[in-house]
Design a protein around this ligand. Structure first.
Ligand code: MRU
Length: 366
């Protein structure tokens, strides 16, 4: 997608042939800065500190990180150690493990002297595949928006999204945002309610940034406003992303997604989850088995923002001495999800729906 007229992906190979470049998402929306990553440690640090975040982008970064590890040491031992090291940086998004497993299968059979080259080719293929997969999610999601637009006689379709499942969370296009961008580009009037998404504000900082740069009308709301807007007919459709879908259709996504799904269910607003095949964890039977990341209490107790003089600062917002809990994801039961939007089409959010899209998984699904 474009920033100020220039097309970007979220990760790309460096000109020196020995690094990858990322957009530092901890600096957005106030500063657009890139970081050059030349070691597996730097790739792991980018994932851990959320310079890169969002399930598909975490996977692509880990894939390039493994390439960087193999440039230094391509032995069997180094390969296994680097996979283990990268996999432990964040627990919930299954795309991290998925990408590393894809990489392992591609490079383990190769002789050590050609492993690094093979790893670069595979990491690049994973990144390119994510772009095409997300584009197709958009193609498959647009008809849902178009159908609502036809009923609204020219008035914008109001779409609520949570967190950032946009192009910044992927390599390009995004998952939840891909149908939105493609509908907007096709001339369908859309307006997006952007949940701010406390505590890290990925909605206010990232989703609003990218929608704004693409010219998509949107409004930032506090996380608690969604239910009220749904009750008052101000939301036609919810589309969110996901970090892991269990084989029964339960959906892990950014904390607060469950509450939006409950409100949507109560008010009859369709609630769709957009996802690439790499986000389905066929090995877990239900959402109960999905590990939930617990992050620092500091993210709850303090907020980062920009002063009027342009400086970035952290502010304490809580009573001093009070502890805080910070579960970063929740699980929305499949029964609250209207459907899945994937690169293969739209299906019901349950085991049957998933297997109708991915019949080849029938044997292996938990
Ligand atoms: O903690 P984050 O910012 O990595 O969480 C991101 C989300 O929860 C996204 O909604 C999810 O990864 C889907 S990204 C297409």
């Amino acid at each position: 997608m474009k920033i100020d007229g220039k097309a970007f992906r979220t990760i790309w190979p460096g000109d020196d042939g020995a690094s990858v470049v990322i957009i530092d998402q901890t600096k957005l929306p106030h500063r657009f800065e890139t970081v050059t990553i030349g070691t597996v440690e730097a790739a792991a640090h980018a994932i851990l500190t959320m310079q890169v975040r969002g399930a598909p982008l975490i996977g692509a970064t880990a894939a390039y990180g493994l390439w960087l590890a193999l440039r230094r040491d391509a032995s069997d031992e180094a390969l296994a150690a680097a996979i283990q090291f990268l996999a432990k940086q964040r627990p919930t998004a299954v795309n991290l493990r998925w990408a590393l497993e894809e990489m392992r299968q591609a490079v383990a059979p190769l002789a050590p002297e050609v492993r690094a080259a093979g790893a670069f080719a595979k990491a690049s293929a994973i990144a390119d595949d994510d772009v095409e997969t997300c584009r197709l999610i958009g193609v498959n999601g647009v008809p849902l928006i178009r159908a609502l637009a036809e009923r609204k006689a020219g008035k914008p379709v109001n779409i609520l999204t949570h967190c950032n499942a946009g192009w910044l969370a992927c390599v390009d296009w995004g998952t939840a945002t891909s149908p939105i961008y493609q509908a907007h580009d096709a001339g369908i009037p859309v307006h997006v309610w952007v949940d701010e998404t406390r505590p890290r504000n990925q909605g206010a900082a990232l989703t609003a940034f990218e929608l704004g740069r693409h010219g998509v009308p949107h409004t930032i709301i506090v996380d608690n406003a969604g239910g009220h807007l749904m009750q008052h007919g101000e939301v036609d459709l919810c589309i969110v992303g996901t970090d892991r879908v269990a084989a029964n259709g339960d959906v892990a996504n950014k904390i607060g997604t469950y509450l939006k799904a409950l409100a949507a269910h109560d008010t009859g607003v369709p609630f769709y989850v957009a996802l690439p095949y790499s986000t389905i964890d066929w090995t877990v039977a239900s959402g109960r088995d999905i590990p939930i990341e617990e992050r620092s209490a500091d993210e709850v107790l303090r907020m980062y923002g920009q002063h009027t003089d342009g400086s970035i600062a952290a502010f304490s917002i809580a009573a001093s001495g009070s502890p805080a809990a910070n579960p970063a994801f929740d699980v929305t039961p499949a029964r609250l999800v209207t459907g899945f939007i994937t690169e293969r089409g739209v299906a019901s959010a349950d085991r049957k729906g998933l297997l109708s899209l991915y019949p080849e998984r029938g044997e292996s699904a938990a």
